[in-house]
Design a protein around this ligand. Structure first.
Ligand SMILES: Nc1nc2c(ncn2[C@@H]2O[C@H](COP(=O)(O)OP(=O)(O)OP(=O)(O)O)[C@@H](O)[C@H]2O)c(=O)[nH]1
Ligand SMILES: [Mg+2]
Length: 457
């Protein structure tokens, strides 16, 4: 018996026995730079390839505005149909987001499946989710996408009979109402499950906070080398691939910084330009790791066609998930493949570092930098430590910067610059700090539920 997830993907998995032939379509609106439209289509071709199909042609139309009915002009749809017949094309994929009605009209006229960028991304996500939460998030996004498109089931017959990309988002028209109700019930169930998982995660997070470890999230454009970096630094066996969205499920590992201070490093899902809003919504559980981190390591691929554009796209997603306020360290990766580009990018982004996650070159500077950055977030705390707790004095020296040590009758009074995390861990010895009033309020709240505990992952 198949699980609901398998069922949700049943119409959605690529038929591996054929590689579908795909025509890519884009509309250039006034103000769109032609090169950018081409670059965006190159990326769409990569997405299509990752999903398991082949680009056989691309069509670009300049328009003042998208056509309400077809997105492109009617004349262009006719041309597109000719092209599909001539090249035996299975599916057309638009780089722009199609309204359900436009998708329906296009399929009716073309006699084959019409998809948009969002559908292709959803498809890749569907193939790459492995954990329970990842699968629930993907299924939710897929069902939300499919719901307003249910009626188009009878279209694109050819593609549906053959399976493949096109079959993925269709529904049976005869049982449309039944399907709709079923999907809505399933959406409700998934939303409930995901919010229960969010609660579990909040508890885990509380545990981590108590353990006092600073959290660092690795973010960046898809394929930038985030997982390779995590592996390089922590010898984890996270899957790395020259494919888009290889990672959907977050992995957290403990990493010791050069000063000895441990941090939690999390590798997570990559971003892309115009990441579908529905996916961001469904993946908020996974994405919140960035918003809640103490620091972001923003990995950029220096060999990408437009690294600056990718940085901007990542910043846009960070804004959408409310992670803009978290400080970031820009890391220019794949310096081994293009050292000159890496050097130029570092020069134009003061404070950034370059490295090769693959060879490890530059990792030492990176680690020192992130250590310094985390320390600079720190506050001067006053601690009272009994003379018989030399171990505590040693950890203060190791993790922070000691400003002064006063000797008392039975104890040292130490002023030291500590990260929030270290202060949390040393909570029982802290008697005061010089944080600004509101910071202190939040630091106190954070620490109020802290108790000395083993560091836990
Ligand atoms: N030359 C070179 N290739 C690298 C480097 N780091 C990563 N790569 C390659 O880039 C590709 C993507 O690496 P990943 O680590 O999977 O990238 P990611 O950012 O985790 O990608 P997603 O999880 O798909 O978003 C793989 O083929 C890596 O081998 C590097 O420093 N140099
Ligand atoms: Mg990855």
């Amino acid at each position: 018996m198949s699980t609901p997830y398998e069922e949700a993907l049943a119409g959605t998995l690529i038929d591996r026995t054929i590689r579908e032939k795909i025509v890519l379509v884009a509309v250039a609106l006034p103000g769109d730079d032609e090169e950018m439209v081409e670059a965006s289509l190159d990326e769409l071709a990569l997405l299509v390839d990752t999903a398991g199909a082949d680009e056989v042609a691309r069509v670009i139309q300049k328009r003042d505005a998208p056509d309400h009915t077809w997105y492109i002009g009617k004349g262009k749809v006719d041309e597109l149909k000719e092209l599909c017949l001539a090249l035996d094309v299975d599916t057309v994929v638009f780089d722009n987001e199609l309204a359900p009605s436009q998708q329906y009209n296009l399929e009716k006229l073309l006699g084959r499946t019409a998809l948009d960028r969002t559908a292709v991304i959803l498809d890749i996500f569907g193939q790459n989710a492995h954990t329970m939460e990842g699968k629930a998030q993907v299924e939710l996004a897929l069902l939300r996408y499919r719901l307003p498109r249910l009626r188009r089931g009878k279209n694109a017959k050819m593609s549906q009979q053959r399976g493949g990309v096109g079959a993925r988002f269709g529904g049976g028209e005869t049982k449309m109402e039944v399907d709709r109700r079923r999907i809505m019930r399933r959406i409700n169930k998934l939303e409930k499950d995901l919010s229960a998982l969010a609660e579990t995660r909040a508890l885990q997070r509380q545990g981590r906070r108590r353990s006092g470890l600073a959290s660092v999230a690795i973010v960046g454009y898809t394929n930038a080398g985030k997982s390779t970096l995590l592996n390089q630094l922590t010898q984890s066996g996270v899957l790395t691939e020259d494919r888009l969205f290889a990672t959907l499920d977050p992995t957290t590992r403990r990493l010791a910084l050069p000063g000895g201070e441990p941090v939690l490093l999390t590798d997570t899902v990559g971003f892309i330009s115009r990441l579908p809003h529905g996916l961001v919504e469904s993946f908020k559980g996974t994405l919140e790791v960035a918003a809640l981190a103490d620091y972001l390591v923003h990995v950029v691929d220096v060999t990408a066609p437009d690294p600056e554009g990718q940085i901007a796209a990542v910043h846009e997603v960070l804004r959408e998930i409310e992670a803009s306020a978290v400080p970031e360290l820009l890391v220019f990766n794949k310096a081994d493949a293009d050292p000159i580009a890496a050097k130029e990018l570092v020069e134009s982004h003061p404070g950034s570092v370059a490295l090769s996650a693959r060879t490890g070159e530059g990792a030492d500077v990176f680690l020192r930098t992130i250590g310094d950055r985390l320390r600079s977030l720190s506050v001067v705390y006053e601690l009272v430590v009994p003379y018989d707790r030399g171990d505590v004095l040693a950890s203060i020296h190791r993790e922070g910067e000691v400003v002064s040590v006063g000797d008392g009758e039975t104890e040292w009074t130490i002023r030291a610059r500590l990260s929030d995390a270290s202060a949390g861990r040393l909570d029982e010895f802290v008697v005061g700090d010089d944080a600004p009033a509101d910071d202190r309020a939040s630091a106190d709240t954070d620490r109020s539920d802290a108790e000395p505990s083993e560091e836990t992952l």
